[in-house]
Design a protein around this ligand. Structure first.
Ligand SMILES: [Zn+2]
Length: 338
């Protein structure tokens, strides 16, 4: 079916209290993994193009990949710009055929962020496209932990990792969180359609162990009626049971990803976890058959691992089963080298 806008999907998700998963279109295999999971789960889905994907695949390639799979898909698909850097880039993506835009003005002073977000919303709305904008700043793990330290940390028990991160990153992450008292004004002045608010998550985490801030999400839900977007969700602990199994103690003002969706998060961005699942699947396949010559036989297990991860998130978000009908039953396969 043709691409749909994120406004259509997020309004329904908000009304029915579930969240739509937003996964990154980094290569053909990941795009197919996401779509196959969405079709099998009968879930609406957002494929988003990050700044890294634009540099890696090129805007044209990334756009065409998503447009092609969406056209063939039996579930609604959105093509979304992730962390758009400027007014001009948003115009380029609008022109390229995106059905959802984003401006990330977190590095700008608030007034400038409002000014540019409003300008983008004005032109996007003229052609019926919705816009997401960022309030507060969602940091990345590299801001606090370098690669060497991360490699050392990830081998410790999850609870210990969380405690260390609470000390090293906690206060700074808190200082960057969205101020609910600014949210109503931000939404009113910009005219945006969904709000990427910093609620405690960190981009690029290597494991799902970190809590979100329940009190911040609740305050934002009260302050604005817009669908809220959670970025950096790969690092967020998924459920209470998961936290317990990992020995992670949540504080009273914290919550899991599952709880955040129940409170009011309507779009959940997951990038790093999909990438890591893909790499794990491909590495295992190559380890098993180090003499393999056919790259598809190594990449396909990566695709399948990414697909299963995406499926798990769709079920967690409650987006599975929202679309009537059956999938096409076509899955990627490699029979023999051709
Ligand atoms: Zn993000």
């Amino acid at each position: 079916m043709p691409l749909v806008t994120s406004k259509e999907l997020l309004q329904q998700a908000q009304a029915e209290r579930y969240a739509v998963g937003a996964f990154n279109a980094n290569n053909m295999e990941c795009v197919k993994a996401v779509i196959e999971a969405a079709e099998e789960e009968r879930a609406p889905v957002i494929l988003q193009v990050s700044q890294g994907a634009i540099r890696y695949a090129g805007l044209g390639m990334a756009t065409t990949m998503v447009q092609t799979v969406a056209q063939e898909a039996s579930v609604p698909v959105v093509l979304h710009l992730d962390h758009g850097t400027s007014f001009l880039q948003n115009v380029q993506c609008l022109h390229a055929g995106f059905t959802s835009l984003m401006y990330d003005g977190a590095a700008e002073p608030l007034e400038k962020n409002i000014e540019i977000s409003a300008k983008i919303a004005e032109i996007a709305h003229a052609v019926g496209l919705p816009v997401e904008a960022e309030l507060g700043k969602i940091p990345k793990i590299e801001d606090y932990v370098d690669g060497e330290r991360a490699n050392e940390l990830r081998h410790r028990p999850p609870a210990e990792q969380v405690e260390i991160l609470r000390e090293t990153a906690g206060p700074q992450v808190e200082a960057l969180m969205a101020d609910a008292s600014q949210a109503a004004t931000f939404v009113e002045k910009t005219g945006i359609d969904s709000l990427a608010a910093a609620v405690g998550s960190i981009h690029g985490m290597w494991a799902d162990i970190w809590p979100l801030r329940r009190d911040r999400i609740e305050a934002l839900v009260k302050a604005t009626s817009l669908p809220l977007v959670c970025h950096g969700s790969s690092g967020v602990v998924r459920t209470r049971a998961d936290a317990k199994a990992k020995g992670i103690e949540l504080r009273p003002d914290e919550c899991t990803l599952e709880e955040a969706v129940q409170i009011g998060i309507c779009k959940v961005n997951v990038a790093t976890a999909v990438s890591m699942a893909f790499l794990r699947g491909a590495r295992e396949a190559w380890d098993e058959r180090p003499a393999e010559k056919d790259l598809r036989k190594v990449l396909l297990p990566g695709l399948q691992a990414a697909k299963e991860l995406v499926r798990g998130y769709m079920r967690l978000f409650g987006s599975s089963g929202r679309i009537a009908g059956a999938g096409r039953g076509e899955t990627s396969e490699v029979k023999h080298a051709e």
